[in-house]
Every structure is written in structure tokens, then in C-alpha cells.
Ligand binder design. Structure first.
Ligand SMILES: *[C@@H]1O[C@H](CO)[C@@H](O)[C@H](O)[C@H]1NC(C)=O
Ligand SMILES: *[C@@H]1O[C@H](CO)[C@@H](O)[C@H](O)[C@H]1NC(C)=O
Ligand SMILES: *[C@@H]1O[C@H](CO)[C@@H](O)[C@H](O)[C@H]1NC(C)=O
Ligand SMILES: *[C@@H]1O[C@H](CO)[C@@H](O)[C@H](O)[C@H]1NC(C)=O
Ligand SMILES: *[C@@H]1O[C@H](CO)[C@@H](O)[C@H](O)[C@H]1NC(C)=O
Ligand SMILES: *[C@@H]1O[C@H](CO)[C@@H](O)[C@H](O)[C@H]1NC(C)=O
Ligand SMILES: *[C@@H]1O[C@H](CO)[C@@H](O)[C@H](O)[C@H]1NC(C)=O
Ligand SMILES: *[C@@H]1O[C@H](CO)[C@@H](O)[C@H](O)[C@H]1NC(C)=O
Length: 294
């Protein structure tokens, strides 16, 4: 079995026309493995990784500045959009300050597809669903389940003004949606609401048919690396066949994103990561099968 595994690895190197998905670790000195989960570069769990995460046994989670803070497990990564989903279950014990300290990182921030539900001390705003697309009934049930009692009775929702995709066809809705891809939730709006607690959040999504949907109890975060695409090109940061996109970060600085956008290609788009490569579906299946049975 060990020999078969070895042969399969050789086969992997022989068949990858573009940069090989450098097995699990990739990126010199950046450890991207957490249990059985491999995170895309520039994320990782060692000091050499541009975006540091914590590893809780098998679950990658955001680094928080105190052990008293609740954990923020990461649900999924989208390396093409440079976004990831973080779990933010309803809680009556999470201050706005704590949430901001965790979600507003030096190289990631909450995207404009996310709405935050806030409570306690809000400046004169009663229950308002705002533009968060979550009904008051769902919120009430969720907060009762979380044991919030009266604390969650009055809440408000803060979201970036997104163009509502209603009435557009799928192509036009997707274009409007992508136009917001680099945008972040303005924390000023959160501060202006004057609330003390961050109860939970919801992420608006768009189905391939262009229909809006909502992911309750999660927040979408977008990531970047510092400097412009000119910097990245000079430094050789984006992989072969990756494209570079300049963005204005949630901190108002210049950032860039490398991504694989060629049809049929996968990968994180970074030269120090997995790069971009064609996925050989059948091969990966057999690799998974034989490696697991060792
Ligand atoms: C690790 O994950 C477990 C199970 O999800 C959770 O209960 C625990 O609080 C986490 N530990 C830390 C340090 O985040
Ligand atoms: C609420 O948070 C405080 C401090 O962050 C902690 O001491 C307390 O145990 C938490 N309560 C619950 C019910 O989680
Ligand atoms: C840690 O986070 C809390 C909010 O939970 C914040 O008030 C505090 O200033 C932070 N401490 C440091 C050292 O960043
Ligand atoms: C929803 O967004 C629109 C467009 O930005 C804005 O005019 C409207 O006031 C928002 N509604 C609420 C309740 O915040
Ligand atoms: C979608 O709408 C745009 C304008 O709103 C139009 O140009 C385009 O042809 C439409 N596409 C389809 C597939 O109907
Ligand atoms: C990007 O390039 C500019 C101009 O060469 C330079 O001033 C800046 O420090 C570079 N930024 C990074 C993050 O390398
Ligand atoms: C990938 O990059 C190589 C070298 O830059 C180029 O020759 C090839 O055409 C690219 N492939 C695609 C599909 O863009
Ligand atoms: C990791 O993967 C191996 C092989 O697929 C499996 O046997 C093992 O149970 C997994 N461990 C965890 C913690 O999921």
C-alpha cells in the first residue's frame, strides 16, 4: 500500500501541467495543515504565513487576542473570490468590541455581503430588519434558543447598502454582485448604531440562477495581501496563470488579490502556495481512496 501511495504521488507530479498542488504543506515555511484540513495560502498556522490562523484540533479559526473571547471557527474558503465564511452563532455574550477585534484583521475584513445584528443600548432604534433580509421571527427564535431573554428583544441590523438583485436577470444580478466583491462593511455604520452587543450575523448570497438567499449565523470575510498588483508583480507573488486584482482594503490601504480565474483551473493563485493547476477529477478520487485506506 505504501508503494502504491508513492507511485500515485509520482503520477501527480507527472500529470500536473501547471504548478503542482505542492501536496499539503506548500509555501516555504508556512504550515497550512490543521488536522486533515489544508487552508489556502496566504493562510496558515506558523509565523511564516502572511495571514495567521489558530488550529483547534481540526478546525481553523480566527486568532483572537484573549482566551476569554468566543472562538470564531472558519466554515469554508473561496480562493477565487478571496473570501471565507466564519461561524457567528447567536450569542448574548459577545460585545461589538470583541467581534470587531476578531473579524477586522490586519489582512481581512467583513464584506458588504454581511449584515450584523446588534443589541443593547442602541440609539433609539427598535427591531428593524433593515437590509439584512432576515425576518424578525427567525431572529426572535434564534435569540430565544441562545437564551438571550429580554436582552435580545430590541435589536437592529447594520449592513452595507447592496443593490438588491430583485428584478434583474441572472447575468445582470451576478454582475451587480461581483461589483461589490471588493467592498467591505463600514464599521462606522456599526459604531453609529451605538449598540454594545453583536448578537449574530447573516450573509446574503446569490444562487447561480441569480436568486438571493441568506446564510444565517455566519459572516463573510474578504482577504488581501499588502501593496498593489505592481508590487505583487515585482515580487513575483501571483502564480503563473493567476490574475491580480487591486483593491482598497477595509482599512483604507492598498491591497491586492491573486486568484485562478482560468476556466477549469483551481488553486490559491499564489506562487508561495498551490498556484493554479488543472484538477484531474478521476485521479483525485483514486488518490483519496488509496491514501485513506493505508
Ligand atoms: C475548540 O473547539 C471546540 C469544539 O468546537 C470548542 O468547544 C472550543 O471552545 C474550541 N477551543 C478554543 C480554544 O477555541
Ligand atoms: C460571558 O463573558 C464573560 C467575559 O467575557 C465570561 O466571564 C462569562 O463566563 C460569559 N458568560 C457566558 C454565559 O458565556
Ligand atoms: C482585546 O480585545 C478587546 C475587545 O474584546 C479590546 O477591548 C482590547 O483592547 C484588546 N486588547 C488588545 C491588547 O488588543
Ligand atoms: C436599505 O438600503 C437602502 C439603499 O441603501 C437604503 O436607502 C435604506 O434606507 C435601507 N433600509 C434600511 C431599513 O436601513
Ligand atoms: C439581462 O439584462 C441585461 C440588461 O439588464 C440585458 O442586456 C441582457 O441581455 C439580459 N440577459 C439575458 C440572458 O436576458
Ligand atoms: C509598493 O510599491 C511602492 C512603490 O514602489 C512602495 O512605495 C511600497 O512600499 C510598496 N508596498 C509594498 C507593500 O511592498
Ligand atoms: C498559463 O501560463 C502559461 C505561461 O505563462 C501560458 O503559456 C499558458 O497559455 C497559460 N494558460 C492559460 C490557460 O492561460
Ligand atoms: C484524517 O484523515 C484520515 C484518513 O482519511 C482519517 O482516518 C482520520 O480519521 C482523519 N482524522 C480526523 C481527525 O478527521
Amino acid at each position: 500500500m505504501r508503494r502504491l501511495h508513492f507511485l500515485l504521488l509520482l503520477f501527480l507530479h507527472a500529470t500536473s501541467s501547471a504548478a503542482a498542488p505542492a501536496a499539503a504543506s506548500g509555501g516555504v515555511g508556512c504550515d497550512r495543515q490543521c488536522g486533515n484540513t489544508t487552508v489556502p495560502y496566504p493562510f496558515g498556522f506558523s509565523g511564516a504565513c502572511p495571514i495567521r490562523l489558530d488550529c483547534n484540533v481540526t478546525t481553523p479559526q480566527l486568532v483572537t487576542n484573549s482566551s476569554a473571547a468566543s472562538p470564531y471557527p472558519i466554515l469554508s474558503f473561496d480562493a477565487t473570490a478571496s473570501t471565507f465564511l466564519v461561524s457567528l452563532p447567536p450569542s448574548c455574550n459577545r460585545t461589538v468590541g470583541e467581534a470587531r477585534a476578531a473579524l477586522d484583521g490586519s489582512r481581512y475584513g467583513v464584506t458588504s455581503h454581511t449584515g450584523l445584528f446588534l443589541a443593547r443600548g442602541c440609539l433609539g432604534k427598535a427591531a428593524a430588519t433593515g437590509n439584512c433580509s432576515v425576518s424578525a421571527t427567525i431572529m426572535k427564535t434564534a435569540l430565544r434558543t441562545a437564551g438571550c431573554g429580554d436582552k435580545g428583544a430590541i435589536w437592529t441590523c447594520v449592513a452595507a447598502p447592496l443593490p438588491p438583485p430583485q428584478g434583474l436577470n441572472a447575468t445582470a444580478a451576478a454582475a451587480a454582485w461581483d461589483g461589490e466583491a471588493g467592498q467591505f462593511l463600514p464599521w462606522k455604520k456599526v459604531e453609529d448604531a451605538g449598540c454594545e452587543d453583536a448578537l449574530t450575523s447573516a450573509v446574503s448570497a446569490l444562487s447561480p440562477e441569480g436568486l438571493p438567499s441568506v446564510d444565517f449565523g455566519a459572516a463573510e470575510l474578504g482577504w488581501w495581501l499588502d501593496g498593489t498588483c505592481a508590487n505583487a508583480t515585482a515580487g513575483g507573488q501571483c502564480a503563473r496563470n493567476a490574475t491580480c486584482q487591486d483593491i482598497e482594503t477595509s482599512r483604507g490601504t492598498r491591497g491586492h488579490r491573486c486568484a485562478c480565474v482560468v476556466a477549469g483551473m483551481s488553486g490559491d493563485g499564489y506562487a508561495a502556495g498551490d498556484g493554479c493547476y488543472y484538477v484531474a477529477g478521476e485521479f483525485l478520487t483514486s488518490y483519496h481512496c488509496c491514501y485513506s485506506s493505508q
